[in-house]
Ligand binder design. Structure first.
Ligand SMILES: CC(C)(COP(=O)(O)OP(=O)(O)OC[C@H]1O[C@@H](n2cnc3c(N)ncnc32)[C@H](O)[C@@H]1OP(=O)(O)O)[C@@H](O)C(=O)NCCC(=O)NCCS
Length: 168
């Protein structure tokens, strides 16, 4: 049995999520420090379509994942961007991030989503089924080498995927 439970974000979790995301990204060389504020902005703009937290046995939030709607060639196609994903540094590499990713994908699949995209280390995300899709590219060329996608339903889409407005 795992040492944590996963549930959707609830009112009152906001500050704990901010602190957790801040701690998780603090020492990441690729981070510009924007990730905790990004979660707040997604929430403020109504773009945090799915937000899950992992709690340890004491009820402390030790993991978080957010998903926001993405468009393809300007259309809402049932695709979601997965970002950010965070596990508290003292409990990283124990499966919390993987459990959040799998739980989020399954919830989106159950709700009828057609796909999920992510920007990150391909070696990590490919284990969850994320892959390069020949016809799908992010709007930012900078993201291209790290952009991966997971089709949940229907044919693989073709076009340019644009993240929610909070991503800037
Ligand atoms: C990335 C993160 C969410 C993974 O969560 P976690 O609970 O630590 O990871 P898990 O225990 O589920 O998975 C561990 C595996 O992921 C790998 N892994 C963890 N973080 C990784 C990263 N940033 N890049 C590549 N691989 C990573 C580990 O090497 C390990 O691999 P193994 O199973 O082959 O040994 C967590 O490490 C974290 O918060 N990192 C800092 C923030 C971050 O980089 N977020 C992702 C941005 S795209």
């Amino acid at each position: 049995m795992s040492d944590w439970t996963i549930r959707p974000e609830a009112a009152g979790d906001e500050r704990a999520i901010y602190g957790l995301v801040e701690r998780a990204f603090a020492r990441m060389p690729f981070s510009d420090g924007s990730e905790p504020g990004l979660v707040d902005l997604l929430r403020e703009r109504g773009e945090l379509a799915l937000s899950l937290v992992a709690l340890d046995k004491s009820g402390k939030i030790v993991g978080h994942i957010g998903f926001s709607p993405a468009t393809i060639d300007g259309r809402d196609c049932g695709w979601f961007q997965m970002a950010p994903v965070s596990a508290d540094p003292p409990v990283q590499f124990r499966g919390i991030g993987s459990a959040l990713i799998r739980a989020g994908i399954e919830r989106l699949r159950a709700s009828g989503a057609r796909g999920v995209s992510v920007v990150g280390d391909p070696a990590y995300y490919e284990r969850f089924g994320f892959a390069e899709l020949s016809g799908l590219a992010p709007s930012s060329d900078h993201d291209l080498p790290y952009f991966r996608a997971l089709v949940l339903a229907g044919e693989p889409p073709r076009g340019t995927l644009r993240y929610a407005s909070a991503f800037g």
